[in-house]
Design a protein around this ligand. Structure first.
Ligand code: UGY
Ligand code: MN
Length: 248
């Protein structure tokens, strides 16, 4: 959507950022030839990970991230083929994959496709080997109420295993549901609104948010969300996890 008069809901502060789709800036990347790339969260803003959209035309191919990075990918639209570990996986909307650090792989668009990707430097844990490659779908993950609230259903997309240094979850709010309290934590978040919307508190500001919005919450960004509207609000959320703050 084109915004007139130089206005946007996008806001970037020292400890949080809201990036609405109207302000997306398309770039290209050597490992994504032919695809449109939009970085919404990067170390340049203070994050320790990247979150970006990749829009792939039919037939486009992509390679691995830069050395030392692990990758999480989630299909928003279309159909891609993931070639990894001498296998070929067919991924469509709501399918996702985790590629451990330095896992060789290719992504091929069978149709035009749109993905969201999260990448970060892996933090190894003594006595644990690298996490395994994972390919799954949100439909195959059981939803559970967050802290007993059945109006706020959580799906944990990554294995609950100490070898994993981050988690990615979906959080699905019934209309009128909200986080139980204003959270403050050292962990960061990368978030994408998949459906619906509401009001997000970030530090001392309250933002109207909707489908397609990306949010970065840096360490100790005070955060709260309330779902408004007639339909559920659901987001995909990254969090660094299972590592001591001295290491993260
Ligand atoms: O896992 C979380 O910290 C999550 N409840 N935070 C959030 O939704 N902003
Ligand atoms: Mn949180």
């Amino acid at each position: 959507m084109r915004q007139r008069f130089g206005e946007t809901r996008s806001t970037i502060t020292r400890r949080h950022a809201l990036i609405s789709a109207d302000s997306h800036e398309v770039t290209s990347l050597p490992n994504w030839p032919g695809s449109d790339i939009v970085f919404t969260i990067t170390p340049q803003m203070g994050a320790r990970f990247t979150q970006y959209f990749a829009t792939m035309p039919e037939g486009a191919e992509a390679g691995e991230p830069v050395d030392g990075m692990e990758r999480f990918l989630f299909v928003l639209e279309g159909h891609v083929e993931l070639v990894a570990d001498q296998r070929i996986f067919q991924l469509q909307a709501e399918h996702y994959a985790f590629l451990p650090m330095d896992q060789s792989h290719r992504i091929r668009a069978r149709t035009g496709a749109r993905l969201i990707l999260i990448e970060r430097a892996y933090i190894p844990l003594k006595g644990h080997s690298l996490p395994d490659l994972l390919v799954s779908s949100t439909d195959d993950v059981t939803a559970r109420p967050l802290k007993g609230d059945d109006m706020l259903m959580l799906k944990k997309l990554m294995p609950e295993d100490l070898s994993c240094d981050f988690e990615v979850n979906t959080m699905d709010f019934s209309p009128g549901a909200g986080l139980a309290y204003v959270e403050t934590h050292f962990m960061e978040h990368g978030l994408l609104f998949l459906n619906g919307g509401g009001v997000y508190r970030l530090d001392d500001q309250w933002y109207p948010v909707e489908q397609g919005d990306s949010i970065w919450m840096g360490p100790y960004c005070a955060q709260w969300f309330g779902a408004i509207g007639r339909s559920n609000a659901r987001y995909l959320i990254y969090k660094n996890w299972n590592r001591d703050p001295h290491q993260s």
